[in-house]
Write a protein that binds this ligand. Structure first.
Ligand code: AMP
Length: 409
């Protein structure tokens, strides 16, 4: 049997053209909004994610690929590393974008891989609701560019500090009182991270979840004011949002507004989240820096490709061959190729094997035309052009380095 990539990983051959185009579009749009590209290492210390994503998160608890000896992991997400990088080279405000592979040891299925790509961005230095609005407008712009229309943006507000701990107490009491009705998984979550019960997809948890206390009811007046202000501005700039009071997201570092972009086309089965993000004002401090307001988003490339039904986008160029057996002609051919760098020009040169072999190779390379100079043509200062698709052949005189593509492009 042929060697296959590891489960949940893919070789990208014809699909690579789609990734290339999406990445180019992504950075073109981000550049217009003053973002810089950032690339961080693929291997990171495990500690970085325990301190940011959180020990009780699925990601840290069971989804990281770890080295045996030195506590390194393949990065499962990019936010923590970007915060680390920004703290080391500290200039705020700053906005960074990335398009990069991430790794999680999940059970592979449609829209869920072990190596997947994310397009994402992080913004440092602006408080709410500046980055919230800016991000959602940017995401809408990206999706418009990509022709994605079947999605909704769900939002929630996780509050800050005291409100969150008050809410966690209420939630813990509520689920503890109803512990015997919880699924086994959620019983464990109750010990480790009660908020994650709200993320549960288990059937038996759903009734309890739907009557659980809501964070929005635990917000202080000042938080409620911020939340309402955000919703008002979003409405004024025509952002259509769906409030989902049970949206918590699985990562520990969020505070304030969180959101998820959800596919509504049905093409993604149960993996409907196209992307998500939110505010994380405490993370910079937790990772050893100054307190810095921050906000980020990450979307999954593979899910976007499924939602958009994208297929191989390799551009088919006119493919032109220059074919000769004569050494004297080669210099002219090289010049022609250099001058026409925007088109695929293949030089076929073989003094030993002759034209028959070269035609075979031209066929294999799927060339459209070949320009032929043999001994006779060289002596009479002429050349032939053969259309390999139709077999039609024409003869011209006066080979010069700019003749070729003027006529046949
Ligand atoms: P997260 O970092 O978990 O908030 O994920 C952000 C987005 O990345 C999700 O909404 C998905 O679109 C995508 N994503 C996360 N995990 C995977 C995975 N295992 N395979 C493919 N895409 C993923």
């Amino acid at each position: 049997m042929k060697n296959q990539p590891a489960p949940g990983m893919k070789d990208l051959i014809s699909e690579a053209s789609i990734y290339r185009r999406l990445e180019d579009d992504f950075f073109k749009i981000l550049k217009l909004e003053s973002f810089k590209e950032i690339r961080t290492p693929i291997l990171e210390s495990k500690n970085l994610f325990s301190r940011s994503v959180g020990d009780a998160s699925d990601i840290v608890e069971k989804e990281m690929f770890e080295t045996k000896t030195d506590d390194l992991v393949l990065r499962p997400e990019n936010t923590a590393a970007i915060v680390r990088a920004v703290l080391n080279d500290y200039k705020v405000p700053a906005k960074f974008g990335y398009f990069a592979p991430q790794f999680r040891k999940e059970r592979p299925q449609l829209g869920r891989l072990r190596q997947f790509y994310q397009y994402g961005f992080e913004m440092f230095g602006d408080t709410a609701p500046q980055s919230e609005i800016e991000s959602l407008l940017l995401i809408s712009k990206l999706y418009k560019k990509w022709g994605l229309s079947n999605y909704e943006i769900q939002v929630n507000y996780l509050g800050s500090g005291d409100e969150r701990s008050e809410y966690l107490n209420k939630l813990t009491k509520y689920f503890t009182d109803n512990k015997d009705k919880l699924s086994d998984n959620s019983k464990k979550r109750l010990e480790k991270n009660v908020l994650r019960i709200l993320d549960s997809k288990e059937k038996e948890d759903q009734d309890l979840i739907s009557s659980a206390p809501l964070i929005l009811d635990s917000l202080s007046e000042s938080s409620l004011k911020l939340w309402n202000q955000f919703l008002e501005i979003a409405k004024a700039v025509n952002l259509k949002l769906v409030i989902n009071p049970r949206l918590v997201r699985g990562l520990d570092y969020y505070t304030g507004m969180v959101f998820e972009v959800v596919d509504t086309s049905g093409k993604l089965g149960s993996q409907k989240a196209l992307g998500g993000g939110g505010r994380y004002d405490n993370l910079c401090k937790e990772l050893g820096g100054m307190e810095t307001p921050a906000f980020g988003f990450a979307g999954g490339v593979e899910r976007l490709i499924i939602a958009l039904d994208l297929k191989d986008e390799s551009v088919v160029l006119n493919k032109f061959g220059l074919m000769t057996t004569e050494l004297e002609v080669l210099e002219t051919f090289v010049k022609i190729k250099e001058k026409n760098s925007d088109i695929y020009v293949d030089i076929l040169f073989n003094t030993n094997l002759g034209f028959k072999k070269m035609f075979k190779r031209a066929d294999k390379n799927n060339l459209d035309y070949v320009l032929i100079v043999g001994k006779d043509e060289l002596l009479s200062n002429s050349f032939k052009v053969k259309n390999l698709k139709t077999g039609e052949e024409k003869e011209y005189t006066g080979l010069s380095d700019n003749l070729l593509l003027k006529n046949y492009k």
